[in-house]
Design a protein around this ligand. Sequence first.
Ligand code: BGP
Length: 458
Amino acid sequence: MDKNFLWGGATASYQCEGAWNVDEKQESMWDHYLHLQELENGDIASDHYHRYEEDIRMMKEGGQTSYRFSLSWPRIIKNREGEVNQKGLDFYHKIIDTCHKYDIEPFVTLYHWDLPQYWEETGGWLNLDVCQAFEHFSEVCFKEFSDKIKFWTTFNEPKWFIVNGYFIGNYPPGLQNVQKTMIAAYHVMYASALSVRAFRAGNYPGQIGVVHSYTPVNGVNDSIETKIAMRYADNYCNNWILDTAAKGEFPIDLVAKLSESYDVSFMEEEHLSIIKQNTVDFIGLNYYARTLVKPYTTGETQLIFNHTGKKGESKVVIKGWFEQVKDPNSEFTAWDTEIYPKGLEDGLIEAYERYQLPIFVTENGVGVREDVTVDCVNDDYRISFMNDHINAIMNAQDAGCDIRGYYTWSPFDLYSWKNGCEKRYGLVAVDFDNNQIRKPKKSYYWFKEIIESQAKLI
Ligand code: BGP
């Protein structure tokens, strides 16, 4: 690996900070939704708000060179008038300064799903005004932190929060409406371009990208019907984010297909030209699994997401487009995620060929139940998972891809959306029942060795 290759861990504000109503932080749509439904929530989570110093120090001691985290919009902006909360800014200054103190490169996400509830109440991502509000929030952050930050990203995984929030309905705002899914998706991509435009207009140092939940698409065979299903799946899973952010264009065949059944008049010339002119400098790809598809001809659209950790519950079938199938030869987690490192290698090669932009693997990890009362969790499965995925990255580099970093999800245990804290991803265990005590797992030491051995090869 190049000596500037970044090795680190990724988190999101809602999933780790806790302190949900402290220091004038406003309610986010996730606070509101989970409180209302009386579900396990991130009120305390990993208590990173108070323990960030310990967490960042452990990253350093674990050999890591970068920390990817998100800025909480409702912590920084108090209301729809855009008033700034100095205490929120102060908190992120402390995080960033601690990173620098330990020689850790901060890698910032502007939006990791915690929309302020005061905006959700006006329609959230269905309201065009929220795009301008996001532009304003971005500008506040650029002005405040840009002299300390080299890497910015606008959105984390537009596909995931839009599809789950507006199409499947398992995330807030809990809608199941295709027309609204399209509008929200379009507004998010437009807001991303507005943020990139503000970044360029301010001549800030550093680079700006977008982070995508990448599921490269494979077909069950080589038939023409399967190839058509693969194209539908690729448009649905990947292209509407990556083509739009990296090339400035929504996939033309996707728009044509949707316009047969839905109203696409919200796509205005002025927005499209802003999207075209404000493409990203790099791509962040979060990789958990691929999408294996077969053609789908009969029956109804059905999208079921596994939040119980009981194998076999999930289903993705889009009528007339594709059906996601399970490879009988693959291993799956209890939450139905296929373990398929080859998908990362193939996917990186494909994404680099298509977009010719530097790539960071901004998330990769495996979520499992673990007993964290032991001294050191023996997570050999995580070691083997990370080992195989890091090898996949090296293979893609050997094939000529420009890959600049690897972030494990996650450097320490945190709250998993709708799954609660029992679905653990961390290299450091957090005992949620015992004062959020931290204890490194076996994978933490293993990752340190990998990073150090790479450094020696340079
Ligand atoms: C990504 C998100 C993360 C994280 C991760 C694991 O999609 O960017 O926020 O949660 O997936 O997913 P989950 O917590 O649902 O298992």
